[in-house]
Design a protein around this ligand. Structure first.
Ligand SMILES: *[C@@H]1O[C@H](CO)[C@@H](O)[C@H](O)[C@H]1NC(C)=O
Ligand SMILES: *[C@@H]1O[C@H](CO)[C@@H](O)[C@H](O)[C@H]1NC(C)=O
Ligand SMILES: *[C@@H]1O[C@H](CO)[C@@H](O)[C@H](O)[C@H]1NC(C)=O
Ligand SMILES: *[C@@H]1O[C@H](CO)[C@@H](O)[C@H](O)[C@H]1NC(C)=O
Length: 477
């Protein structure tokens, strides 16, 4: 009998280290990361005990209420360009990988996450041709290391406002895409009025982007040091594609074909991120339009990612050092989409899983705060680095070698360098930053993997439970 028990313990250990992860738990945690990034008045059901109301005086030139939304990263600016890119990725994953959220029991939390973003996007678009593209000043913000609740700089904060004379086709296009995608999610969920409202904003923002064409980096040169934009043809393509998907209106189909040609977007990009939407649009169009040119572009892109893109010795595709894992996981989601439309399905899925599993622990460490084995404990994040009040929090906590007192559960850190090496150092923002857009393609990938591999109650746990029963039974014998 002792032999039997021993055998079963060994099986349990082997099972526990088989290299599979509880994607349901990972999804739940990623949503907690977004919750920790909330700003404005927090609701009573806030689940992050170390966060409170912040920046409630954010307002526009005409006194419009602009509180709410999400902090960009470990800082406190509301940069709209990457925030919109993140929300589009999240909404896409919610709409197309909904079963993953349902299996994980996270659908309601995901809806709240998306709605928190959308409620704020509605506020920053107070009239058809006005969009607030930034709240806060990057330079001033980055001088402050402390809790957002303790901010002692400009109040209210400065804003950047796009108008016909200061166009922002990139930011308006991406914001439109996010609202079209979100409208599909809320319509699917039965929130028809809210979906209609989002679609109205999406339509107006698209028209603003098309009618007054220009880069926001030209309208507001100060953004070049933060989220610089070099092109907007990709956002026009992307937003037209989403409007077509959300409405079925063939005028948007004519438009995206026009942008595809006019901006010469039929090439293989080398990244998919807050700035470049070419790959995202190609993959979305392969799915919703299905023409050979889009399907080909998608196949070429994913084949390049899997076969030819640079890799680390441990087989992580490595696009660039700053936030290496978000570059990777953004593309992983695109290739999971490609797999779903029948392009090299098994190969793309297996590869996607290998990349995400690297992030979750395959090299012996997790790159997700608060998850798995040996997770990062010093993310570059002001609020998490601060002790509980009333202790003063200032920049001594930036350089402190101690683990952050607050655990920023669910945040995907920047990641390793090209030799798979990673140093968990708060001051090194290249490898330890956490942002809205880092978690977005990643979270949608997790949702898709959970759709494919989670059982209804989390997929590893039933196996543990079975072994536990076997052990108890053999002890009783
Ligand atoms: C932000 O601060 C910098 C440096 O102090 C300044 O040059 C810039 O004009 C400011 N921008 C806004 C919108 O206040
Ligand atoms: C798509 O790829 C196939 C095979 O490589 C090629 O024959 C075809 O011309 C391509 N179509 C387009 C529209 O690029
Ligand atoms: C503002 O907060 C920072 C960081 O907490 C602190 O170093 C600084 O002394 C504060 N400034 C004032 C005027 O209170
Ligand atoms: C990767 O990071 C390690 C540890 O910081 C460093 O020693 C090494 O030089 C880095 N490799 C490259 C290629 O940058």
């Amino acid at each position: 009998m002792k032999f039997l028990i021993c055998f079963q313990f060994i099986s349990l250990l082997i099972c526990a280290s088989a290299g599979d992860y509880d994607y349901a738990e990972v999804l739940e945690k990623s949503l907690l990361f977004y919750e920790a990034q909330r700003t404005g008045y927090l609701p009573d059901n806030n689940r992050i005990p170390w966060r409170g109301d912040s920046f409630v005086t954010d307002q526009g030139d005409e006194g419009e209420d602009l509180e709410g939304g999400y902090f960009d990263a470990g800082d406190h600016v509301k940069f709209q360009f990457p925030a919109a890119a993140a929300m589009t990725y999240l909404a896409w994953g919610m709409y197309d990988s909904v079963e993953g959220y349902q299996k994980a029991g996270q659908w309601e939390n995901a809806l709240s996450c998306l709605r928190w973003g959308m409620d704020y996007f509605i506020k920053i678009h107070p009239s058809p041709n006005v969009l607030y593209v930034q709240i806060g000043n990057g330079t001033e913000d980055h001088r402050f290391w402390g809790r957002p609740e303790d901010w002692n700089g400009s109040d209210p904060r400065p804003t950047l406002k796009a108008t016909p004379s200061k166009p922002a086709s990139d930011v308006a296009g991406e914001t439109s895409a996010s609202m079209s995608a979100a409208s599909m999610v809320f319509r699917f969920n039965g929130n028809t009025e809210y979906a209609d409202l989002l679609l109205m904003h999406a339509t107006q923002l698209y028209n603003f982007a098309v009618t007054y064409q220009g880069l926001y980096s030209d309208s507001f040169p100060e953004v070049r040091n933060f989220y610089n934009s070099r092109a907007y043809g990709d956002e026009l393509l992307w937003s037209a594609a989403w409007l077509y998907r959300a409405t079925g209106d063939l005028n948007y189909r004519q438009d995206y074909i026009k942008w595809w040609t006019e901006f010469e977007l039929n090439y293989r990009p080398t990244s998919a991120d807050w700035s470049s939407k070419v790959a995202q649009a190609q993959v979305l169009l392969a799915k919703i339009d299905g023409s050979a040119q889009f399907v080909n572009a998608t196949r070429e892109f994913c084949d390049w990612f899997i076969k030819d893109a640079p890799k680390t010795p441990k087989n992580l595709v490595f696009i660039s050092l700053w936030g290496s894992l978000r570059h990777n996981s953004n593309i992983v989601y695109l290739c999971l989409q490609a797999a779903n439309i029948g392009i090299n399905t098994d190969v793309y899925r297996a590869f996607a899983k290998s990349q995400i599993d690297y992030m979750l622990g395959d090299t012996g460490r997790s790159f997700v705060v608060g998850f798995g084995n040996n997770p990062p404990v010093r993310p570059h994040h002001r609020a998490a680095s601060c002790p509980d009040p009333p202790a003063i929090c200032d920049d001594t906590y930036l350089s402190s070698p101690d683990p952050s007192p607050q655990i920023l559960i669910g945040a995907l850190v920047g990641g390793p360098n090209i030799t798979d090496e990673y140093v968990d150092d708060r001051e090194d923002y290249v490898q330890n930053e956490v942002t809205l857009d880092y978690n977005a393609g990643y979270q949608s990938s997790i949702a898709e993997l959970c759709k494919l591999y989670c059982s209804g109650t989390g997929f590893v746990r039933p196996i543990y439970f079975m072994y536990l029963i076997l052990i108890v039974v053999s002890l009783l014998k």
